[in-house]
Design a protein around this ligand. Sequence first.
Ligand SMILES: Cc1cc2nc3c(=O)[nH]c(=O)nc-3n(C[C@H](O)[C@H](O)[C@H](O)COP(=O)(O)OP(=O)(O)OC[C@H]3O[C@@H](n4cnc5c(N)ncnc54)[C@H](O)[C@@H]3O)c2cc1C
Length: 468
Amino acid sequence: MDVAVAGAGPTGLFMAVALARRGHRVTVADRDAGPAADGSWERRGVMQFHHPHGFRPQIAQALQAEMPEALTALEDAGAERIVFRGGDGEPAPHAALRCRRAVFERALRGFAAAEPGVTLVQGHVDDVLGSGGRAAGPGSGERAAGLRSGERAADMRSGGRAAGLRVDGRDLPADLVINASGRASRIAADLRAPAEGGDCGLAYVSRQYALLPGAEPGPMNAPVGIIQTLTGYLIAVFLHDRRTFSALFIRPADDRRFGALRFPEAFQAAAMAVPALAAWVDPGRSTPITPVLPGGRLYNTYRGQLDAEGRVALPGLLHVGDTVCTTNPSAGRGVAVAFQQAVALLRLLDEYPDDPAAVALAFDEWCLSDVRPWFSDHVYWDTDLLRRWNGGDVDVTRRLPSDLIMKASEQDPSLLRVVGPYMAMEALPGTLDEVEPQARALFASGWRPAPHPGPTREELAATLPSAP
Ligand SMILES: Cc1cc2nc3c(=O)[nH]c(=O)nc-3n(C[C@H](O)[C@H](O)[C@H](O)COP(=O)(O)OP(=O)(O)OC[C@H]3O[C@@H](n4cnc5c(N)ncnc54)[C@H](O)[C@@H]3O)c2cc1C
């Protein structure tokens, strides 16, 4: 059949190749033209493109299952495999990938473009077409039809099904439509119940560096590099491909004083004030290769497949990737969750080849049980983290958020039996319930994790120039 995919991000590209390999003709439409002839790639509308990404083993696992040569293409582009060892000392079956997001996406895009059966087209997706020929999404179709969105959704439900995309005003007919248009997706928004969640209250600011010839990487405490919680903020270093890395501050979005970090001198001075970052960004070890990259508006959102009445509004239209779930990126789960969704969706499309409404219902159910918990986990965690960053103590009168259960496992390694699989995303957040009382008892005894060395948020803010 003919498949139209809206969005050529990681999810859309993965779906396109996997569907082409099942014998379908797939056209992927994205407003982004791809890399320019000189190799540069601005990627407007995907603000995270140059921010640090860690690529969890679930991503290599999905690629290995559907398109193993893509892993070779990624390695050829510079991605490094990081193999974890389990409790038995044996290497885990799938590796995490260490590379810049731009390198990951460029390699995946090149791979998809070369795949027989996949066509990439540039254009803005305006709408989803219904079988009656009318555009189903918000915008021109709605105005032309003169219907309010609720009426239009009902109209689409009466026997219609997805029939393609409208791209830059032209029809792209298809039997199946995949919406992989990312976290700010507005495509067919009126055919789905509104998203839950919103701004997570945290903001990123990062910068990429390259290690100088002969220089060793700095200290690490995690497979990606280093992650540390200080008083009122977080810092991290993500080691990437070809001796590049990102230095990152994560802080409350509403602390406007940190807007000044976007100035290169202020970012460098602040990084040099935090010992773990200073070890990496020291001019004797590395040199910046990008401007400072602000990254406000980080979201925790969840949005299912169904309309507000719990029905499949338009059979043959399926939503996947960040358009279903976006989580605060500090735990680096986004692409792993997106690819897990894609794998589940492909399985259901194989299972119900002639019943797109059944696919939507089953996929919605799967997302509720296997995706939404990551969203809820972050909402609870981030709300409590911001409260503590604003001076609150650990609240031992209610369930601990996951970050504190993870912290407790550093003090009491017996918790790791349960915490380890959660951290590796091999077990859902609900599995932490088993050890939460034990972790809470530790905090109730008065124990608190010591903050890592470095200035408090107040001390750091005092050194920053005032942002206009
Ligand atoms: C700051 C930050 C850091 C992150 N760090 C990590 C990390 O460490 N690890 C991790 O796994 N994940 C991370 N994530 C999450 C990760 O970036 C997303 O999960 C991932 O981009 C989702 O891929 P996607 O293909 O679903 O959406 P996207 O990558 O957003 O792709 C959507 C595509 O749709 C296109 N599009 C949208 N609307 C239209 C339209 N109307 N017409 C045509 N094209 C359209 C866009 O141009 C884009 O190409 C991070 C996110 C942020 C914000």
